[in-house]
Ligand binder design. Structure first.
Ligand SMILES: C[S@@+](CC[C@H](N)C(=O)[O-])C[C@H]1O[C@@H](n2cnc3c(N)ncnc32)[C@H](O)[C@@H]1O
Length: 278
């Protein structure tokens, strides 16, 4: 069930750096690796019987379903701006319990206080998101919870190599602006400051997962559905193929295959959970 009454299809603003379509098959290939941070984030949220739960930037609804299962008495509202993601989520709605809504998390707001706000792997797409966190903290009812997770790998070779490539003389005019920013997210201490300044008790940590990947160019396969996606969206097919080949070669040297043929992708993530005191 998707409520598109707040659809952002015609908005003047758009998710950063542009509203490139999501490739659900490519994104889903690493579904196991991607859901784990969500469950580890949720494990630190000790809300007992919340009535209202929000999932902001809910994606295809896979993670949202875990929220509905964890709190069967809650009304869960899930918001996303991607038509592809919402189309995939549509079948997971539960009348009266779990609703998917089209909206931009930068300006969507609930009509009453909420008990739990979750946003997993979303805020790195939203420049200036610390201010947004402060606004979300203001929605919390007493003893409410705010829980977010962001990738903390914007200085890792995956991202640094892509930024270097996008800003090279060959590509700067076409995709210089689509290069990932090394400052897309804060360090853990920055989130402690944001949450405590918003009046919440903060629990912030980071984890570096060692993903063991297989198959040809597995790191490219991973980033193709994430950080590379908005870059390729700026290019025609031939240019996209040329840039991808250059990037793939750089990734192969930065992440060489191990003796057993697998490839290790260290992936840092930053988790921030805040509670409003009663
Ligand atoms: C990496 S996916 C994560 C999806 C989900 N939270 C999960 O954990 O599986 C990021 C999601 O954030 C959404 N998103 C990014 N910027 C957004 C914005 N400004 N407003 C609403 N959704 C946004 C994307 O459309 C995408 O579905």
């Amino acid at each position: 069930m998707v409520d598109d009454s707040r659809s952002t299809g015609a908005r003047a603003t758009r998710p950063y750096p542009r509203a490139a379509a999501w490739d659900l098959a490519a994104y889903g290939r690493f579904g196991g690796e991607r859901i784990r941070p969500f469950t580890e984030l949720l494990a630190r949220v000790d809300a007992r019987e919340p009535s209202r739960v929000l999932d902001l930037g809910c994606g295809d609804g896979t993670a949202t379903a875990l929220l509905a299962a964890r709190w069967p008495g809650a009304q869960v509202t899930a918001v996303d701006s991607s038509p592809e993601m919402l189309a995939a989520a549509a079948g997971s709605g539960i009348p009266g319990r779990l609703t998917f809504t089209a909206g931009d998390v930068r300006d969507w707001q609930p009509d009453s206080p909420v008990d739990v706000v979750v946003s997993n792997a979303v805020l790195h797409w939203v420049p200036g998101h610390p201010d947004l966190l402060t606004r979300w903290a203001g929605w919390l009812a007493p003893r409410g919870w705010l829980a977010v997770q962001v990738p903390g790998n914007f200085r890792a070779p995956t991202h640094a190599l892509l930024t270097e490539l996008c800003r090279s003389p060959r590509w700067a005019a076409q995709v210089g602006d689509a290069a990932p920013s090394p400052d897309a997210v804060l360090d853990p201490a920055g989130y402690v400051d944001v949450l405590t300044s918003a009046g919440l008790r903060a629990d912030v940590w980071e984890t570096t997962y060692q993903h063991v990947l297989s198959g040809p160019d597995p790191v490219l396969a991973w980033v193709r559905s994430t950080v590379l996606r908005p870059v390729l969206a700026e290019l025609g097919d031939d240019d996209a193929a040329e840039l991808t080949a250059e990037y793939a070669a750089a990734l192969r040297s930065a992440y060489p295959p191990r003796p057993d043929g697998t490839t290790l992708l260290p992936f840092r993530r930053v988790f921030a959970v805040g509670t409003r005191p009663s």
